[in-house]
Design a protein around this ligand. Structure first.
Ligand SMILES: C[S@@+](CC[C@H](N)C(=O)[O-])C[C@H]1O[C@@H](n2cnc3c(N)ncnc32)[C@H](O)[C@@H]1O
Length: 213
């Protein structure tokens, strides 16, 4: 099935991360169709997790959606009443689709990694990531940039498949230990880590929520 081929390609090792981005550029036209026909609930899980943190006024909550892709998370956040939402993704093709949905204020075409972005420290109340962990996707060290960009008292929400954290070389034995290490250093506090069914197809997901100190 063509959808399966594209999903495998998204998850596979690529020669370079730019190659992976070119793949996403080419997939952008069919991404929504492929994922919607396939029961992709990750974005609503991520947005529900963010909404649970802000039961009251949501209009002033400044959110950065990293690895935003075509904007599924932004669409779900909009349904919850969040309006100050920015998107970041290295694939211009994916971002063009996201822009057309009208749910983001600023769209940033960039990788998210250990390098500092041209964004002031403590800019965001929330960084949310859904589906950003796979081969040649987000590196572990991007967590330092999360800590720099989120205000004290703000949140980091990440939803992914535990499968990727266990099987991708970049993450296996590194990603979760780094999250724990950051907590031991007193830089954030875990407030949720939950394996949930039905993330995508019949694959389970894992929801992480940290509060920045
Ligand atoms: C599976 S899509 C998920 C998109 C969206 N969050 C969703 O759940 O529908 C993965 C996205 O991660 C982006 N990505 C890959 N590496 C990245 C990096 N280092 N920094 C930011 N985004 C990255 C890709 O361009 C792609 O749009």
């Amino acid at each position: 099935m063509e959808t399966d081929k594209r999903l495998s390609q998204a998850h596979a090792i690529a020669e370079t991360r730019d190659r992976k981005t070119q793949f996403y550029d080419s997939w952008s036209k069919l991404f929504d169709q492929d994922m919607l026909s396939d029961g992709y609930s990750g974005p609503s899980m991520a947005a529900d997790a963010v909404a649970g943190l802000y039961p009251g006024d949501r209009e002033n909550v400044h959110i950065l959606d990293i690895a935003a892709g075509t904007g599924f998370v932004g669409e779900q956040l909009a349904k919850h009443g969040f309006v100050k939402v920015d998107a970041l993704d290295p694939s211009q093709g994916m971002l063009d689709k996201a822009k057309a949905k009208g749910v983001y204020q600023t769209l940033i075409c960039s990788y998210f990694d250990e390098k500092k972005l041209d964004i002031a420290p403590d800019t965001y109340d929330v960084i949310v990531i859904c589906g950003g962990c796979a081969n040649m996707h987000l590196p572990c060290d991007c967590l330092w940039e999360v800590l720099r960009l989120v205000k004290p008292g703000g949140y980091f929400v990440m939803v992914t498949r535990p499968f990727h954290l266990d099987t991708v070389e970049e993450y296996n034995g590194r990603f979760e230990p780094l999250m724990d290490e950051i907590e031991k250093e007193g830089k954030w506090k875990n407030i949720r880590k939950e394996v949930v069914p039905g993330y995508h197809r019949d694959y389970e997901g894992i929801v992480f929520v940290y509060q920045i100190k």
